[in-house]
Write a protein that binds this ligand. Structure first.
Ligand SMILES: *[C@@H]1O[C@H](CO)[C@@H](O)[C@H](O)[C@H]1NC(C)=O
Ligand SMILES: *[C@@H]1O[C@H](CO)[C@@H](O)[C@H](O)[C@H]1NC(C)=O
Ligand SMILES: *[C@@H]1O[C@H](CO)[C@@H](O)[C@H](O)[C@H]1NC(C)=O
Ligand SMILES: *[C@@H]1O[C@H](CO)[C@@H](O)[C@H](O)[C@H]1NC(C)=O
Ligand SMILES: *[C@@H]1O[C@H](CO)[C@@H](O)[C@H](O)[C@H]1NC(C)=O
Ligand SMILES: *[C@@H]1O[C@H](CO)[C@@H](O)[C@H](O)[C@H]1NC(C)=O
Ligand SMILES: *[C@@H]1O[C@H](CO)[C@@H](O)[C@H](O)[C@H]1NC(C)=O
Ligand SMILES: *[C@@H]1O[C@H](CO)[C@@H](O)[C@H](O)[C@H]1NC(C)=O
Length: 809
């Protein structure tokens, strides 16, 4: 038994977490596809690419066509008469560059279609403009996690087909797109971005080689197109080209770019202030470029710099302005002069349809110059949902808050007291800017909705189940919107979580939850039965948990706290079993998957009970998955007040130990039957964790336990249980036990409660860790079944193989 205990510890220590350091990158040879062609086309250049024939993809729903005149890449195309596409193998997870080439001939102009990649709708109702005289290349950066990347073409209703001439899809270097960047609004506000960039899809709008020539794919390290900037200059005379620097930029220096970030031509050319025509007194001005962008959208902006101007290091110091209000000094961090580097921003556009970007010297500048080498503007698509979760405390803090936890916490307490229901996110907006490109966090999350198309449930079925979202069937109103109880056609009871348009959780959290839950099957984790994203709905369908939340059984909710005191129905044994079950679920999240998952929002309302009071952990909307090492930083703190790991708030380091802390709070909640924070109580009792710890120090834990448990807990069990909670709540995450240890301790506490009765100390073998992926191939071969006859069985692992797919294949 004890050996098993140490086994858990070892497996935790030895688990090889992948480090954030970038592995060596070479430009991938896959996938370059000449669609509809029987032969391959070689393109020489820096990357020497071969576009290969796609005839092996031939299927019933597609055929190839060719133009009698054009040859090469654009002389052929593949035409899809039904939803169909490519399944490309992906050796590596990460952000993929996907380029779709369209150059219609003959009747291909009539095509109108959607394109889905990796589950994201990247082109919607798309048709190539009738007057194009050059190929249209649509470029996307999207996260891929899983063995393949599917690119599907779906003819729109008004059209009978879709087409494509060529496809490129390859993995970009690690951290090519940061997790987040300085976030700028048109009003000039900025903070550390809360946009999960690497989770969404970016589509390239502008890629500009300032002061230099057009760069074609053959001359770029990543086959990109770069255009000259002249047409974007607001006042032509304000800028002039610098002489092309003849020695290459110094790539790969600390804090600098690599050749894959931008090719030498971008960094070897630039524009600087044109001060020849102006009088010395008039030597201060800005150079401004105006770029056409969509109104009211969010953009990822990367500005490239390489100081080929200055004679000495650090002599040209200048500011960059976005929308004329937000400004940031540009300082090269490398000691070498011609170091290429870039600075990233996340920018919300204003309603003008333009984004203006300026560079100019500060008033105390000596050299009175400013320059710019390159600009990339990408639009964040599939990333609506700016609204934050309702009734769930989301705290977003900028760099200023740093270590000032005390201030921070008291601010939150005040806010909490003022407005306990609808809390707005707390944002720090006026902190100093940090050069985010040097300090971005690298937790990689992954989204792969494509994997889960089989989980899609038609809106009609959900309307049926919930009697068209009848308020009578509403069983809760959570952070995500409203929760309804329902019953599918086959009689299976489900819980339906429906996001309120505008104020629900974001599409990111929606996708995260689908992605995570569909991969996870565990006895102590709430199963996702399906989802629905029809008509902009964000609906998640779960197995119905008959007995509701753990909290309901411990004490009454905030609203009626004055009316009745605690009204627990749970015996101590039941409570222990519930804690053990939840601990198992959490332990599985932390260690049972190829990539550990941190729940981030463990609390008594996220532990649900089924009809037999078996505990299951729910609500993964805030979860972070991915390779996480101890040094990873996150840029926003999320979680629920009272359960938040103070170390996490303080250091912004997210580890599994943050969940352990929250679980410690739940243990006290179970024992004392009171909320984690109760601001009706005297100050020293308000926070349960603090109160519990202070009582334990005085060896008075038994004085604060749920009166209903008085005399029912064996003193040694109570001591063990209290010890376990105390360990979970230790200040220093490294002093806290792992969930494996917690589980062992709780089992031990249970055994102490029943001396003489043999207990099992190992993980039970009844867990059904059926990997969703394993079931997938079978599902995709299933024909489409009519909704009313399709059956969803909630219990067994066969649930998923029975789920119908409404997407005809
Ligand atoms: C990366 O390349 C450098 C030399 O270019 C080499 O020393 C190093 O071992 C390589 N690292 C990996 C992980 O391959
Ligand atoms: C590309 O091909 C040309 C000619 O075949 C060759 O000289 C060159 O070295 C190749 N470049 C790379 C990067 O492989
Ligand atoms: C697609 O575009 C056409 C016009 O180009 C429009 O009539 C139609 O409603 C659009 N369909 C969708 C689903 O947006
Ligand atoms: C094609 O037509 C659109 C307007 O319909 C126009 O804005 C665009 O400039 C034209 N493109 C070319 C290449 O002529
Ligand atoms: C590609 O780069 C070479 C120099 O490396 C240059 O001579 C050539 O003109 C470039 N091609 C184009 C089309 O810009
Ligand atoms: C840039 O945009 C800001 C905000 O819309 C505006 O105030 C400013 O005049 C613009 N600058 C130029 C040069 O258009
Ligand atoms: C450049 O633009 C910024 C923002 O609009 C402004 O504050 C600054 O004074 C301008 N600089 C000069 C030299 O005009
Ligand atoms: C350049 O100047 C900035 C501030 O203006 C300073 O922080 C930085 O250390 C300087 N770098 C070098 C290499 O002198």
């Amino acid at each position: 038994m004890a050996n098993l205990h140490s086994y858990f510890i070892f497996s935790l220590i030895l688990l090889p977490y992948s480090m954030s350091s970038s592995p060596n990158y070479t430009f991938p040879q896959k996938h370059f596809i000449d669609c509809g062609s029987h032969s391959s086309v070689s393109v020489s250049g820096i990357t020497n690419t071969t576009f290969s024939s796609d005839t092996k993809y031939d299927s019933r729903h597609s055929h190839s066509v060719n133009d009698p005149v054009l040859s090469g890449l654009y002389g052929t195309a593949r035409v899809f008469s039904k939803s169909s596409g490519y399944e490309l193998s992906t050796e590596e997870n990460g952000v993929y560059m996907v380029r779709l080439h369209f150059f219609p001939f003959s009747n291909l102009f009539d095509a109108k279609f959607d394109v889905l990649a990796s589950g994201f709708l990247i082109l919607s109702n798309y048709s190539v403009p009738k007057n194009v005289t050059y190929p249209v290349i649509k470029e996307f950066l999207l996260p891929v996690n899983g063995p393949n990347l599917k690119i599907d073409f779906r003819p729109s209703q008004e059209s009978s087909f879709a087409f494509v001439n060529a496809i490129e899809a390859y993995v970009t270097p690690q951290d090519f797109i940061p997790e987040s960047a300085s976030y700028v609004t048109p009003q000039g506000n900025s903070n550390i971005a809360k946009k999960a960039l690497s989770l969404g899809v970016l589509t390239v709008i502008h890629r500009i080689n300032v002061g230099g020539p057009k760069i074609i794919p053959e001359n770029d390290t990543m086959r990109r197109n770069w255009l000259p900037d002249d047409d974007y200059l607001y006042i032509k005379d304000t800028a002039k080209k610098l002489a092309t620097y003849t020695y290459g930029p110094k790539y790969d220096l600390e804090g600098g770019s690599t050749q894959f970030d931008a090719p030498p031509f971008v960094y070897k050319t630039a524009k600087e202030m044109n001060r020849d025509d102006v009088t010395p007194s008039n030597n201060f001005f800005n150079i401004t470029w105006l770029f056409g962008v969509n109104k009211d959208a969010t953009f990822f902006v990367r500005l490239h710099f390489c100081d080929i101007v200055s004679k000495r290091r650090n002599s040209t110091v200048f500011n960059v302005y976005i929308y004329g209000l937000f400004g940031q000094p540009i300082v090269q961090s490398s000691p070498e002069l011609v170091t290429p580097f870039y600075v990233d921003f996340v920018v919300d556009s204003d309603g003008s349809g333009f984004m203006n970007i300026s560079v100019g010297p500060p008033s105390d500048s000596v050299d009175r110059n400013a320059f710019l080498n390159g600009v990339e503007i990408m639009e964040l698509i599939n990333a609506k949902g700016k609204g934050q979760a309702k009734n769930r405390l989301l705290i977003i803090i900028g760099s200023t808050v740093g270590g000032v936890v005390l201030v921070f916490v008291s601010v939150v307490v005040i806010l909490f007291c003022l407005k306990s229901r609808k809390l707005k996110p707390v944002e720090s907006v006026d902190g100093p800017m940090v050069n985010v490109y040097a300090g971005s966090s690298t937790i990689r999350s992954s989204t792969n909705l494509e994997m889960n198309l089989g989980l899609k449930i038609p809106l009609a079925e959900i309307s049926y189940a919930t009697h068209n979202f009848d308020p009578k069937f509403m069983i809760g109103e959570g952070g995500f919107g409203k929760v309804y109880k329902g019953s599918l056609h086959n009689g299976v009871k489900v819980a339906v979580k429906r996001s309120e348009p505008g104020d629900g959780q974001g599409i990111m959290e929606f996708q995260t939850e689908i992605m995570l839950l569909s991969k996870i099957r565990h006895q102590h984790l709430v199963s996702l039965i399906g989802y629905c994203d029809e008509r902009n709905e964000m609906i998640l369908v779960y197995e119905f948990m008959e007995k509701g939340t753990l909290r309901e059984h411990l004490y009454s909710s905030k609203e009626d706290v004055s009316k009745s005191s605690s009204r627990s129905e749970l015996s101590w044994d039941q409570r222990l079993q519930i804690c053990i079950g939840a601990a198992k679920g959490l332990h599985y999240l932390h260690t049972g998957l190829s990539e550990p998952i941190i729940h981030r929002d463990i609390k008594s309302t996220n532990i649900l009970l089924d009809e037999f009071y078996v505990a299951k952990v729910a609500d993964f909307g805030l979860s972070k998955s991915g390779s996480i090492d101890e040094t990873h930083m996150v840029t926003d703190v999320k979680g629920s007040f009272g359960y938040l790991d103070p170390e996490y708030v303080n250091t912004m380091q997210l580890t599994q130990k943050s969940d352990v802390y929250s679980f410690g709070v739940v243990l006290l909640e179970v024992l004392c039957a009171r909320p984690a924070v109760d601001n009706l109580l005297p100050r020293n009792q308000m926070n349960l964790a603090e109160w519990g710890l202070s009582r334990m120090k005085k060896k008075q834990l038994e004085k604060i336990i749920d009166p209903l448990l008085a005399g029912k807990i064996n003193p040694t069990t109570l001591r063990k249980f209290g010890e376990t909670a105390e360990k979970c709540l230790r200040e220093d995450g490294s002093d806290r036990p792992s969930m494996a240890d917690v589980l062992w301790d709780l089992n031990y506490a249970l055994s102490l409660q029943h001396p003489g009765k043999p207990q099992e100390f190992h993980e039970d073998s009844t867990n059904t860790d059926v990997s969703w992926q394993m079931a997938l191939p079978g599902i995709h071969r299933l024909p489409s079944i009519d909704v009313s006859t399709s059956c969803v069985r909630a219990s067994e692992s066969e649930v998923f193989s029975q789920l119908k797919i409404d997407e005809a294949r």
